[in-house]
Structure formats: structure tokens, C-alpha cells
Design a protein around this ligand. Structure first.
Ligand code: C2O
Length: 554
């Protein structure tokens, strides 16, 4: 058992009144470290020398402080992906959105309270591509004495899926930026830090999930990969999904999990098969005609008492373009929507937005073909400023951003058909501004410009309800009639299907500047991002808290 957890349990036993909610302190040192699990030619950027990084454990209502100290030459920030950060935007972490980076030798204390959330989330670096190796799990346990709304598991296991490059990821990004071409795909997928078969690397052994016959396990599965949506399967075993993105769901059984970068999925696994070894397969999903990355990684589920060297029971791997599997999984997700955990879906809307997601090509004098790949929302390729947007907003500094982000694309066209002849995008640091507590609906429309692609889209500062999704162009007359406004899944990252659309709703009850972007890092880099500016409300607890003294300077 985790050390602090034991201390907390002891504390709860002797001083029940004192431990209602706690302040949990963590220290994160960003250091270069060689990890024995990987045949690294270069040391990795890590937190505390660990890959994946340390797990942050807390309970709902706890306050967490994390002192991040930067001991490497790269600038660093850390984002607590999915943590609501109510009024504490300063602790959210995206570089140049809510803070300037922590420079070499400096530190910054992230200070936030976990309000109204319980489940699994992840933390990761939020600058350039550093989250490749700087990431870890966040486990938010329910309040003391409050059980899970599903049978209590015997044990819990964290499973972190990621991607690994043999070279410094910064070199990969820089080379792509200079050439105008797409960046190189990763050299391996990892499962809790273990790579699959990597050419030129002697195997360091895969991850083993040890189980005991008859017991039930809560798997906390995290996709921390940069650019790959993934399938997760265990031979011979079904999984019961009970939570996604730290929101409880109606339980349902499946033999395959679909999980996008930035998403988390909690699943119950019962060890109810014969003693032995079973294959766990993690494989990518890509239904665009551009799939290059087809690396499958494997781990092993091993029952206690399995004799030495038994044959491993195998499972089939879903095809790379298994779109129907993704639909079946996503369509099964529903909010628990119980008395204790109601789904508070906004029913009347103040801002109805339509965002087109596109990859395009812009001229680039220094690039190899005189052009470079870009990406945009409503034709705006978002440009990061050189100081933090939240600071500029707080101090009213002019010239850093404008608040005229378009709520609709500049021209209407057949989004999922033949693209318009001019696919050049405009650059801008444009925010969409709303009053405190506005109800917002966004239809995220994928386009077929260059190639139709799936975009896992993440919104900072809020959970949203996924009220609808479909293929082709969104029909504003017919499609809203089919929206689920009763028990839609609540999450912080959602897939916009290839050549299709997804509709989300949320209440802007959190003042600050909040990033929205494709969580495929390749698309974020190209400009597939924007931000909301939510003004302070008038009530007593409706304003952004003052900025902390140690907030880094640019
Ligand atoms: Cu998980 Cu803006 O990121």
C-alpha cells in the first residue's frame, strides 16, 4: 500500500474529525534519467527519475500541492488533465495559456482542490512534446466512507499506455517544423513503461499483470500516448466499464476498450478463467487513409499458481481501421445519472457554436516543398503568445490576444466531401469570450480537407456532456432531435469521428482562460487549438483567485 495512504488510514482511525479533507504535498523533480525498461540511446526526461512518473493519490475534496522543480535544460510545465481547477486556472499548466514555463533551476507550486470529482485522471507536461515521457496517473478516491457505486474490487491496478521515441522528441518536432512534413512516428508503444518488440533493441521483458483466481481488479487505464488512439484487450476476459475521465458510467461489459490520448477508463476485471497466462494486446486505431503506425504492444495477465513456461492464451488484435468497434464502445457509454451522481446536462443554450476541424497546407518559404502542414479550427491556426494568456487577461495587457474567435467557419461547404480550392488557414491568437455560467454547445465537425481524420478533443477547466455524434455533415434541423439530454457520458476528452461530428454541452462555471485542442500532439503543434475566456461572475465565489507569488515569468 502506498505510504501516505497507510498514514491517512491510520490517521482516520485515530482522529476521524481531522482527516475529513487533507492537504497532500508532492515534490516533482524533472530530471534526465536512464530507464532500464527501455533500450534508450538517450536518457529520458522524467519526474523523480520514474517512467511513467509517480502516481498522485488523493481523495475528493483534498487540496493537492505539487512543487515542480526543473533540473533539465528544457522549459517545463505540468498539466493536471481533467482536474476542474475551479477558480485556480493558475494551476492548470498549459504553457503560454495559463502560465509561463518553469525555466531551468526554477520551481513552481501547483495548488488546487479536487472538487466534485473522483476516479482516474492523468498529469502530463504541457509544453512542446515533453509529455511523451513526463506523465503519470492521478487517482482520486471517493470521500472517506463513501463506497464506489459498483462492487468494491479486491485490488486496483494502474495501466499507463504511452509512446516512446529513441531520440529526443524535441528533435522530432524541430525537424518536422523545419521540413514542413509530418513528424516521425514513435519507435514503440509502452505499457507501464515497457516497450513492445522494438527493432534494434533487445527485449527488456513486458509488463505482467498479476492476478489471483476469483478476485476482482479495478483497472485504471490511461492513454498517455502523443498521437495514437488505442484498443486494449485481454484474452479470454471481459471487462466491465464503470468510469471514464473521472465520471461514473452505467456499467457495461465489453471485450475491447477504445481509448484516445488524454482519456482514462476504469474497468472491473474478474479473474474467472483457468490458471494460466493470457495475452494483453494494445494496438492503434486509425481509420484515415494515412495510417502508418501499426505497432501492437503486448503485456501478460498471469494467474497466481501458473506453472513455469505455460503457453500464453492469445487474442486477436482489432484491425487498424476497426471503426465499428470504436462506435460500439463509444455508443455504450452513458452517465451513471443516479440520485447521488446526476447528469446535469444544460438544457437551454446561450452560445451555440460550430467548429470545423481541419488539417491544411500553408506556404512556407524555408520548408522543403515550399509548404507546410497546418491545422485549424474554423480556419484559424492558433498561435501561442510569448506570455501567458491568463496573465494578459488578469492584468488587462493589450496586444496579446483578441476575443473575436469565430463561432462558425468563415464559409460553409460540404465539410466531409470535396474541399474548397483554397485551403490556406489564417493565423491568430483569438479567444472566444463568454459570461460566467453561460451554457455552451459546440458541434465539433471533422472535415475531409487533406484527409478526414479522427480528432480526440480535450477541453481544459470543464467536463462536458457528449450529447450526440454522427457521420457526415451535422444537420442542424434533424440531428439535435436525436440528442441524448438524459444520460449522456460526461468527460473531458472526446473523439470527433473521421468525416463526422460530435456535439458537446457544458456550463461555463469556471472563470479563466481554458484551452481546447486536439489531443493528438501532432495536430496541436500544427494549430488545432483555441481557448475560451470565461469572465468572472458577480457572486462571492465566482472570480478567478489572485495569481500566486511564485508564478513563473516569461
Ligand atoms: Cu492533456 Cu491540454 O492537455
Amino acid at each position: 500500500m502506498d505510504r501516505w495512504f497507510r498514514t491517512v488510514l491510520l490517521g482516520a482511525f485515530f482522529f476521524p474529525a481531522l482527516v475529513e479533507s487533507l492537504v497532500r504535498h508532492y515534490n516533482f523533480s524533472v530530471v534526465l534519467k536512464n530507464t532500464t525498461k527501455l533500450c534508450a540511446t538517450k536518457p529520458l526526461l522524467t519526474v523523480n527519475g520514474q517512467f511513467p512518473g509517480p502516481t498522485l493519490y488523493a481523495r475528493e475534496d483534498d487540496t493537492v500541492t505539487v512543487r515542480v522543480t526543473n533540473h533539465v535544460t528544457h522549459n517545463v510545465t505540468v498539466h493536471w488533465h481533467g482536474v476542474r481547477q475551479l477558480r485556480t486556472g493558475w494551476a492548470d499548466g498549459p504553457a503560454y495559456i495559463t502560465q509561463c514555463p518553469i525555466q531551468t533551476g526554477q520551481n513552481y507550486i501547483y495548488n488546487f482542490t479536487l472538487t466534485g470529482q473522483r476516479g482516474t485522471l492523468l498529469w502530463h507536461a504541457h509544453i512542446s512534446w515533453l509529455r511523451a515521457s513526463i506523465h503519470g496517473a492521478i487517482v482520486i478516491l471517493p470521500k472517506r466512507g463513501i463506497p464506489y457505486p459498483f462492487p468494491t474490487p479486491d485490488k486496483e491496478k494502474i495501466i499507463i499506455l504511452a509512446e516512446w521515441w529513441k531520440v529526443d522528441v524535441e528533435a522530432v518536432v524541430n525537424q518536422a517544423a523545419q521540413s514542413g512534413f509530418p513528424p516521425n512516428v514513435s519507435d514503440a508503444h509502452t505499457i507501464n513503461g515497457h516497450p513492445g518488440p522494438v527493432p534494434g533493441c533487445s527485449s527488456q521483458g513486458g509488463y505482467t499483470l498479476h492476478v489471483e483466481s476469483g478476485k476482482t481488479y479495478l483497472l485504471r487505464i490511461i492513454n498517455a500516448a502523443l498521437n495514437d488512439e488505442l484498443f486494449f484487450k485481454i484474452a479470454g476476459h471481459n471487462l466491465t466499464i464503470v468510469e471514464v475521465d473521472a465520471s461514473y458510467t452505467k456499467p457495461f461489459q465489453t471485450d475491447v476498450i477504445f481509448i484516445s490520448p488524454g482519456q482514462t477508463t476504469n474497468a472491473l476485471l474478474t479473474a474467472n478463467q483457468g490458471i494460466g497466462k493470457y495475452l494483453i494486446a494494445v494496438s492503434p486505431f486509425m481509420d484515415a487513409p494515412i495510417g502508418l503506425d501499426n505497432k501492437t504492444n503486448y503485456a501478460t495477465l498471469r494467474y497466481k499458481g501458473t506453472p513455469a513456461n505455460p503457453p500464453t492464451i492469445l487474442t486477436s488484435v482489432p484491425p487498424l481501421n476497426a471503426t465499428p468497434l470504436t462506435d460500439a464502445f463509444l455508443d455504450s457509454l452513458r452517465s451513471l445519472n443516479s440520485e447521488k451522481y446526476p447528469a446535469k446536462v444544460p438544457l437551454s443554450i446561450d452560445h451555440s457554436l460550430f467548429f470545423t476541424f481541419a488539417v491544411g497546407v500553408n506556404p512556407c518559404a524555408t520548408c522543403v516543398n515550399g509548404s507546410q502542414l497546418v491545422a485549424a479550427i474554423n480556419n484559424v491556426s492558433f498561435v501561442l503568445p510569448t506570455m501567458a494568456l491568463l496573465q494578459a487577461h488578469y492584468y488587462n495587457i493589450p496586444g496579446v490576444f483578441t476575443d473575436d474567435f469565430p463561432g462558425n467557419p468563415p464559409i460553409t461547404f460540404n465539410y466531409t466531401g470535396t474541399p474548397p480550392s483554397n485551403i490556406q488557414t489564417t493565423n491568430g491568437t483569438r479567444l472566444y469570450r463568454v459570461a460566467y455560467n453561460s451554457a455552451i454547445q459546440i458541434v465539433l465537425q471533422g472535415t475531409a480537407i487533406i484527409a478526414p481524420e479522427n480528432h480526440p478533443t480535450h477541453l481544459h477547466g470543464f467536463n462536458f456532456f457528449v450529447v450526440g455524434k454522427g457521420r457526415g455533415n451535422f444537420d442542424p434541423e434533424k440531428d439535435p432531435q436525436k440528442f441524448n439530454l438524459v444520460d449522456p457520458v460526461e468527460r473531458n476528452t472526446v473523439s470527433v469521428p473521421t468525416a463526422g461530428w460530435t456535439a458537446i454541452r457544458f456550463k461555463a462555471d469556471n472563470p479563466g482562460v481554458w484551452f481546447l485542442h486536439c489531443h493528438l500532439e501532432v495536430h496541436t503543434t500544427w494549430g488545432l487549438k483555441m481557448a475560451f475566456l470565461v469572465d468572472n461572475g458577480k457572486g462571492p465565489n465566482e472570480s478567478l483567485l489572485p495569481l500566486p507569488n511564485d508564478l513563473p515569468k516569461c
